[in-house]
Structure formats: structure tokens, C-alpha cells
Design a binder for this molecule. Structure first.
Ligand code: F0G
Length: 429
């Protein structure tokens, strides 16, 4: 084991296991595990080292995850890393979105630019690398779509067998087809995401398969790089807020850990506040926040934002810690608010999947309520790609009756220039 080895520490009973122990949860009490890295004496040199790596075009350092390897998986050597590469996603400013949310200094970190179309690739590159390091024979996950596509792609690259559990009839077609195309064995489970995760946990424990859902602590290490990369893009001058959609709470937990570590290393002078946004029909965490996290709540989830249609979030305790440590807030937005925010983001030429738009819809709500100030700097994370759910887009733009205010109805015409002229002149039929 080299001197950069990290440890896995139980979040509940604080028992420790080695970095290369393949146990999915604490062998003593069943609690979730957290990765603890050895202390660093070179923190001051890191920003320059990260900046230098930006010029590398090949190999792991060309990845927006592995560029931050000292903070993610310091002991990984280039030969074991399974990287597409991933990350390097843009930080976008668009006046139309800022105006709609009434936050002048709003930026969007677009994670839909990852290779399989969502932020999941950042966690997957690290978890798949770890699966290979521990000699896994197969990998598995439960998913609402994005994780399954990501796992399937990275497993194909690592040449590991892949098994995915998805809720039948509730996964966007694009994601299901991606998963099939990359070659994962796909199980359509008669139940919702929470049922899929429970089954995946049981099956992987009894069949000796490595579970790569975000309860896997290595996934969170990779997802921390969203925060590192956006801070790096801002020259380590942190925004006031970071807003993100929240479902199973893996990302909320990863963001809290990233900020805690960045502050402890002196990379940032202050910690931005997290704003975790849930869909109103799947908002157990927002309800609990309103009650000062007095209880862990479970709901029967219902929302058109399938990615965050989750009623029993797995990373609950560590997400509570993330919100408390960052003086964060948790709120919810209705499906109509999600669709309106999405239409604004899409029409600005950016585009994202429905769940991702929850972050901007949440920023608008928090601004209306005066929680976010009009001159504060906000980064909203768009977690997935516009093309994830074309079905939702067809319903919104083509089928909804009456048409929503921002619907862009296509117009059917005869193949004649006069028809084109008529449409250009503003007639719609
Ligand atoms: N946004 C997108 C696009 C997602 O796919 C997910 C989760 C989330 C937000 C929520 O993140 O669970 O870390 O709070 N999707 C999972 C999946 C559940 O299976 O792809 P979280």
C-alpha cells in the first residue's frame, strides 16, 4: 500500500477498513462508508498543479475528475484508471435564464456534457476503477436511467459484466436504449426506484457483485469533482450558493464533502451555501428540513422528473450533514415549475433534462422568498442532457392542450415556398 492510501470509515460506528476492502457497507454495523484521505502537506501547490493538467490532452489527467486525483483517489495509478475521459463541463451564463430566475449573477454548470449525458460519469469512473482494483467479477446498480447508462458504458470499457435494475415503464427510452446498447444485462423490475435499490443491495450482497449506486463511497469521491471543477473555473473564488436537484441525495452528500475538504485544505476562503431542490411529489428531504430534520421521512414518489422520483433517499444522514455544515436549505418545486424552468433553459440554447431544471426552478423560488439575494452569485447544476427524455418534450411542445405559454408547436405544411412564407409571416395554420 503506498503512502497516499486512504481509509474507509463507517459514518455510524466509525469502524475503519482499508481502502481496498470490497465491503459495500460497514462490516460491523451496516452503516454507510466514507472515504478519508491521508492529510496533505502540499495543499498550496494543488491549484497550480490542477491548472497545469488542464493542458494535457490524453491520459487520466485530461479528465475533469482525475485532474483532481489528489482529492479523489490519490493512490490510483494510471494503469488501473477507467476513464472515458469525463468532466470538463462548461459553466454557462445566459441572460434569459438569469432574468427568469431574477438572479443577475446566475451560472449553470452543465453536467449533461458528460460522455453518457449526466454527472453520473464522474462517480462511475472512480467506482469502476475501484471495482477493477478489488478484482470485482461483476458490477450492478439500481437506476432511474442515468446511472444505468453510465454504469453500462464504464463496465463495457472495463470489460466487467454489468447488471442493472430499473423500474419497468418508468425509465426514459433514451436511457434504456443506451443501457442496452452498451451491453448491460437489464432487469425491468415491477416496482419503483426504491424497490430496485433494495433488490440490487440484496442481490449484490448474496451474489458477490460490486454495487455501484451512490451508497458506494467511491461514487461520491468522483462526484466531488463537480464542485472542485466549478471552483477551479471561478479561480477558487466561491459563489454564494450552489443549487442542485436532490433525489437519492448522493450528490448533495458529495457536494458537502467536497466543500468541507476544500475549506480544510485552504482552497477556498468561505463555503458556499447548498440549495438542494426536490420535486414536490418526491420531497421527503425538503419536508424533513422544514422540521429541522427531526425525522427521516419516506414518501410514495410521483413526479415527471423521473431522475428524482425517489421516496426513500439512501444517503440521508450524510446529506443532512452537508446541509447543516454549509448553512444550506432544502426546498421543493412543482412539476409545472420544473417544466417552465426547463422551457426557459432549453430556449436559451442550453437545454437539460426535467430533473436538472429543478435546480433553476428552486433558485427562482428561493429568490422569490428572499432566501437568495438578487446580487448573490449562484451556480445551478444542470445534472443531465436535454435528450434524456424526448417524450416529456413532445408532450410539452406538441401535445399539451391548451399549449403551455412557452410551447413551440411544429407546423405541418405542403412542400411549397408560399407555405414557408406564410409561416414566416406569423400564421400558424
Ligand atoms: N439529476 C439527475 C439527472 C439524476 O439522474 C439524478 C439521479 C439526480 C439529479 C439526483 O441525484 O440521487 O444524487 O440526489 N439519478 C439516479 C439514477 C437515481 O439512477 O440515475 P441524487
Amino acid at each position: 500500500m503506498n503512502s497516499e492510501a486512504s481509509r474507509q470509515v463507517c459514518e455510524q460506528c466509525h469502524a475503519e477498513i482499508t481502502e481496498l476492502d470490497p465491503a459495500p457497507v460497514c462490516p460491523t454495523c451496516g452503516g454507510l462508508l466514507e472515504i478519508m484521505h491521508a492529510e496533505r502537506s502540499d495543499a498550496k501547490e494543488l491549484p497550480l498543479r490542477f491548472a497545469t493538467r488542464r493542458h494535457e490532452l490524453r491520459g487520466p489527467n485530461a479528465s475533469g475528475v482525475w485532474r483532481y486525483r489528489e482529492l479523489v483517489m490519490p493512490s490510483a495509478t494510471d494503469d488501473v484508471i477507467v476513464s472515458h475521459p469525463e468532466g470538463n463541463t462548461p459553466l454557462l451564463a445566459r441572460d434569459a435564464v438569469a432574468k427568469w430566475a431574477d438572479v443577475e449573477r446566475l451560472l449553470m454548470k452543465h453536467e449533461g456534457h458528460n460522455p453518457t449525458g449526466s454527472f453520473k460519469d464522474r462517480g462511475m469512473t472512480v467506482a469502476m476503477t475501484q471495482a477493477r482494483r478489488v478484482g470485482a467479477r461483476a458490477v450492478a446498480c439500481a437506476s432511474t436511467g442515468n446511472t444505468s447508462a453510465s454504469l453500462a458504458a464504464y463496465a463495457a470499457q472495463a470489460e466487467l459484466r454489468a447488471l442493472v435494475f430499473v423500474p419497468v415503464g418508468q425509465v426514459a427510452l433514451g436511457k434504456l436504449t443506451q443501457t442496452l446498447a452498451y451491453g448491460a444485462r437489464t432487469l425491468l423490475v415491477r416496482g419503483n426506484f426504491d424497490d430496485c435499490l433494495a433488490l440490487a443491495r440484496d442481490a449484490s450482497a448474496s451474489l458477490n457483485i460490486q454495487l455501484l449506486n451512490s451508497i458506494n463511497p467511491f461514487r461520491l469521491e468522483g462526484q466531488k469533482s463537480i464542485v472542485f471543477e466549478l471552483l477551479d473555473q471561478l479561480d477558487w473564488d466561491p459563489p454564494d450558493w450552489i443549487a442542485l436537484p436532490a433525489g437519492n441525495l448522493g450528490n448533495t452528500s458529495a457536494f458537502g464533502k467536497a466543500l468541507r475538504e476544500a475549506k480544510a485544505l485552504g482552497l477556498i476562503a468561505h463555503v458556499p451555501r447548498l440549495a438542494a431542490i426536490q420535486a414536490a411529489g418526491a420531497a421527503p428531504f425538503a419536508r424533513s428540513f422544514a422540521d429541522h430534520f427531526a425525522q427521516r421521512i419516506r414518501v410514495e414518489p410521483e413526479t415527471l422528473a423521473t431522475a428524482i422520483r425517489i421516496g426513500a433517499p439512501a444517503s440521508w444522514d450524510r446529506a443532512v450533514r452537508a446541509i447543516l455544515e454549509t448553512n444550506g436549505v432544502v426546498t421543493s418545486v412543482t412539476d409545472d415549475q420544473i417544466l417552465e424552468a426547463k422551457a426557459v433553459i432549453d430556449a436559451a440554447g442550453v437545454g437539460c433534462e426535467p430533473a436538472s431544471a429543478a435546480s433553476v426552478a428552486g433558485v427562482a423560488r428561493l429568490r422569490r422568498e428572499g432566501v437568495i439575494g438578487s446580487s448573490e452569485r449562484v451556480v445551478a447544476v444542470l445534472t443531465g442532457h436535454l435528450l434524456k427524455d424526448p417524450g416529456a418534450l413532445v408532450r410539452y411542445h406538441q401535445e399539451s392542450d391548451p399549449a403551455p405559454g412557452r410551447a413551440n408547436r411544429p407546423v405541418e405544411i405542403e412542400p411549397r415556398v408560399s407555405e414557408v412564407e406564410r409561416v414566416l409571416a406569423g400564421a400558424s395554420s
